[in-house]
Write a protein that binds this ligand. Structure first.
Ligand SMILES: *[C@@H]1O[C@H](CO)[C@@H](O)[C@H](O)[C@H]1NC(C)=O
Ligand SMILES: *[C@@H]1O[C@H](CO)[C@@H](O)[C@H](O)[C@H]1NC(C)=O
Ligand SMILES: *[C@@H]1O[C@H](CO)[C@@H](O)[C@H](O)[C@H]1NC(C)=O
Ligand SMILES: *[C@@H]1O[C@H](CO)[C@@H](O)[C@H](O)[C@H]1NC(C)=O
Ligand SMILES: *[C@@H]1O[C@H](CO)[C@@H](O)[C@H](O)[C@H]1NC(C)=O
Length: 241
């Protein structure tokens, strides 16, 4: 019974914490601008903290000073913005700032690497009626959460690391695609291995039918031309072929 108020309190704490922090996802090696949310003119004092360290400090007189980033960052004393050039994975974390002694909304910076180009590995049953396509890539922590999906014939999308196809699958082309919060990447295209088998058979049947038709028609023409002794008709018919 007595646990209810503390649960409510706990939930309230989580909610306010989420609200008092902006989350910023950025690509490794990009330029990141951290902005205070509401500043009043004129700005006389700026402090930026990274975790518990002082990252940048300005008191209206001397040139801004930065202990952690040194040349890697700059402070705009008119807007209070902190710019980090070529951000590294290890620069991720919570940044807090005070402008004119007023605490601003904290920024949680999350830095990720771009997703790699994935590979498709194929395994089919011995009868070659069903195949499983797997999307493989080197999953590392610096990618964050990776969303894996398949693109079938450039339009249909299917979620998941694996895609099963059968002889009934109509699509001809498959791409595996990866996405994290800062980038996306496609595999090379894979042609439907089952469909192209069917196509080969169909093509052979067509070719066989076509040549036998030609043969029969040819025989008829030769027969006719012998009967009529009309060489002219014969050569004209051959020309049409
Ligand atoms: C900010 O705080 C410092 C020390 O607490 C104080 O000396 C200073 O006057 C304050 N400045 C402003 C602009 O409020
Ligand atoms: C994907 O394929 C390429 C080329 O065959 C290979 O160099 C790479 O190591 C493969 N990556 C994975 C994660 O299997
Ligand atoms: C996967 O990543 C690890 C660590 O970055 C690396 O040592 C390994 O060689 C990678 N494997 C492939 C197949 O790229
Ligand atoms: C694909 O087929 C394999 C083998 O039949 C099965 O184990 C697997 O669960 C299937 N995967 C999906 C995503 O349907
Ligand atoms: C992946 O392929 C799809 C379909 O062809 C295309 O729309 C998308 O832009 C591609 N993404 C990348 C990162 O190349």
């Amino acid at each position: 019974m007595s646990s209810t108020p503390s649960v409510v309190l706990f939930l309230a704490w989580i909610t306010t914490d989420v609200h008092s922090e902006k989350i910023l996802d950025r690509l490794r090696d990009s330029t990141v601008v951290l902005s205070p949310d509401h500043v009043e003119d004129p700005i006389t004092i700026i402090t930026w903290r990274y975790k518990t360290h002082l990252a940048a400090d300005w008191n209206g007189q001397k040139a801004p000073f930065s202990r952690i980033f040194k040349d890697g960052c700059s402070l705009n004393t008119e807007t209070g913005e902190l710019t980090i050039n070529s951000v590294r994975l290890e620069d991720g974390g919570v940044y807090t700032t005070q402008i004119n002694n007023k605490t601003q909304t904290a920024v949680k910076l999350q830095v990720f690497s771009p997703v790699p180009k994935p590979n498709i590995t194929l395994s089919c049953n011995p009868e070659e009626t069903q195949c499983t396509l797997s999307c493989t890539f080197n999953r590392t922590d610096d990618l964050g959460e990776v969303h894996i999906f398949w693109i079938l014939d450039d339009k249909l999308k299917k979620e998941g690391k694996e895609l099963n196809i059968t002889k009934e699958t109509k699509e001809l082309m498959f791409i595996c695609s990866l996405e994290n919060s800062v980038s996306s990447g496609n595999s090379s295209e894979l042609q439907n291995p089952l469909f192209f088998k069917n196509e080969d058979v169909l093509y052979l049947v067509f070719f066989a039918l076509y040549t036998s038709l030609l043969f029969v028609v040819g025989l008829i023409i030769i027969h006719q031309s012998k009967k009529n002794s009309s060489f002219h008709l014969f050569s004209k018919s051959v020309f049409i072929f």
